[in-house]
Design a protein around this ligand. Structure first.
Ligand SMILES: Cc1cc2nc3c(=O)[nH]c(=O)nc-3n(C[C@H](O)[C@H](O)[C@H](O)COP(=O)(O)OP(=O)(O)OC[C@H]3O[C@@H](n4cnc5c(N)ncnc54)[C@H](O)[C@@H]3O)c2cc1C
Ligand SMILES: NC(=O)c1ccc[n+]([C@@H]2O[C@H](COP(=O)([O-])OP(=O)(O)OC[C@H]3O[C@@H](n4cnc5c(N)ncnc54)[C@H](O)[C@@H]3O)[C@@H](O)[C@H]2O)c1
Length: 446
């Protein structure tokens, strides 16, 4: 039997759910999920990661205060930390599913496959709709080397029952740096293998080098310009890692953190003539694929914008408006801030430092070491740095980079100023709570 809907959404992560809740009042919709309701972010991404980060960062803050009134070094109890994480994650799938039920959204568990531009198959059932939204997210890339079956992933890391003694990561992007920081703070010996000398490409090199030094001081071993060539499992359960630069290393686990690729295998897209690249599904500026009745959003699409939870949510809400007919305009992206939670945090928004330095006639760049400012002195955050980028003509803030404890807060505030194109005199005609990160804003923005 075939059931007919207005829209079928494949994937119940932040993107698919945003479309579903945006459409439910106007349309008869179906959501299909093949794994855990809620998707990557709350089950094995942002949310559990930040719970672990919060605890290890509290330990680090205690150490920052070591000469300032706090004594003793707390220890991370990994088993208790995991229980804490599970106190949230264990409720996510059921909570997400009952949310769908309460909202009256039909939902089915299973792997979906497109039969044609209007028909989706899950096991033996077929569903048809005017539109189909692909919101299938992404999964870790496994480097194609001998022994690749021994790689673990970020999902495994976030569910480790015990902390392993010696841990390696391939890659030096968001996932590797954030998880390496958690592991080293929790007491593991940590190795990061990166095929070039660049951490966190996309952030300014001067900042990533400072962050690398801070992480190396914590004990992370960086193996830069190093190719991991082979993994071998040994009889005692350890992994021997062979590289092109040093003698083999014995570790208890090796994690891949070499990027993520869209979940598109077995969706049947090639038979339908839907274009796909290495980055994901090809979409136009209305998030339509090359088959007009099929749209795609979130981590599953090829895009220049960062693949982050709020971006999937924005695209999900946009597609809902488009399918309801309340907009016909192309999608418009605001400035998108991003942060690496690495203790301290490295965050950036807007015009990049590189863009600004390449156009000195257009931008005023102010780079400040703020470790001695009251806010950062109080946090004992000696290495704190802030760069602001202003438009030379209007004086408006257009970009910022921050390396600091709680950089997320400052960059969120700066994002608000940039997004609303406030002129300097408007931006700080306000009364913030003092002392706070926000009460410093006026000092960065003259
Ligand atoms: C370790 C880690 C940490 C992260 N930290 C952050 C962070 O701090 N901040 C941030 O903004 N972002 C972070 N991200 C990224 C964030 O998780 C993703 O950008 C976000 O989850 C993407 O949402 P989405 O809905 O596009 O895809 P997903 O959340 O991946 O959801 C897609 C869903 O589709 C389902 N699916 C796939 N194929 C099928 C199929 N054929 N049939 C049915 N269902 C299917 C999947 O099971 C999944 O549940 C992190 C990611 C990771 C891995
Ligand atoms: N705080 C956050 O917002 C956050 C945290 C985690 C993940 N994410 C999202 O998830 C995405 C994926 O994160 P990621 O760290 O897996 O990817 P990434 O693209 O950030 O980094 C991948 C790293 O792997 C390296 N690499 C690529 N191919 C390789 C290979 N074959 N061998 C060895 N190294 C290789 C790259 O040089 C890079 O250092 C991020 O881009 C981001 O969109 C966001």
């Amino acid at each position: 039997m075939t059931t007919t809907y207005d829209t079928i959404i494949i994937g119940a992560g932040p993107g698919g759910l945003a479309t579903a809740y945006g459409l439910v009042a106007a349309q008869h919709i179906l959501v299909i999920e093949g794994n855990l309701w809620g998707g990557t972010c709350p089950n094995f991404g942002c949310d559990p990661k930040k719970m672990l980060y919060g605890v290890v960062e509290a330990k680090r803050q205690t150490q920052r205060y070591a000469q300032s009134g706090l004594t003793g070094t707390p220890q991370v109890d990994w088993a208790a930390l995991m229980k804490f994480k599970e106190s949230y994650t264990a409720k996510v799938p059921k909570g997400t599913e009952s949310g769908l039920t309460s909202a009256g959204i039909d939902h089915v568990h299973g792997q979906a496959r497109l039969v044609d531009g209007h028909t989706v198959q899950v096991d033996a059932q077929q569903f048809t709709a005017d539109h189909i939204v692909i919101a299938t997210g992404a999964r870790p890339t496994i480097p194609d080397i001998p022994g690749k079956e021994h790689f673990l992933t970020s999902t495994d890391f976030l569910a480790l029952p015990q902390l392993l003694r010696r841990i390696g990561f391939v890659g030096a992007g968001y996932v590797a740096i954030e998880l390496a920081n958690i592991a080293v703070e929790a007491g593991a010996e940590v190795h990061v293998f990166q095929h070039n000398d660049r951490l966190l490409r996309g952030f300014p090199q001067s900042y990533t080098e400072t962050l690398r030094d801070l992480l190396a001081e914590k004990g992370i071993h960086f193996h830069l310009n190093t190719q991991v060539q082979r993994l071998q499992a040994t009889a005692d359960g350890t992994i021997t890692v062979e590289t092109d630069t040093a003698a083999p290393l014995t570790l208890d686990a090796m994690f891949t953190a070499a990027g993520r690729r869209a979940n598109l295998d077995n969706l049947g897209l090639d038979q339908l003539g839907i274009d796909v690249t290495a980055g994901g599904v090809v979409v136009d500026d209305h998030l339509r694929t090359t088959v007009p009745s099929v749209l795609a959003i979130g981590d599953a699409i090829a895009k220049s914008h960062p693949k982050l939870t709020p971006v999937s949510g924005l695209e999900g809400r946009y597609v809902a408006e488009l399918l309801k007919g309340t907009t016909t305009a192309p999608i418009s992206y605001p400035v998108i801030p991003h942060t690496v939670f690495a203790g301290p945090e490295l965050a950036q928004v807007g015009v990049t430092l590189q863009q600004a330095q390449e156009t000195p006639e257009g931008y005023l760049v102010r780079q400040q070491k703020v470790g001695q400012w009251y806010t950062y002195h109080r946090l004992k955050d000696d290495s704190a740095q802030v760069t602001t980028i202003q438009d030379r003509v209007t004086g408006q803030l257009v970009g910022a980079v921050v390396l600091a404890v709680n950089a997320e807060e400052l960059v969120n505030d700066l994002t608000e100023v940039i997004t609303n194109h406030k002129r300097p005199e408007e931006a700080f005609n306000w009364v913030p709570i003092y002392p706070s990160v926000a009460s410093d804003l006026g000092y960065f923005y003259h």
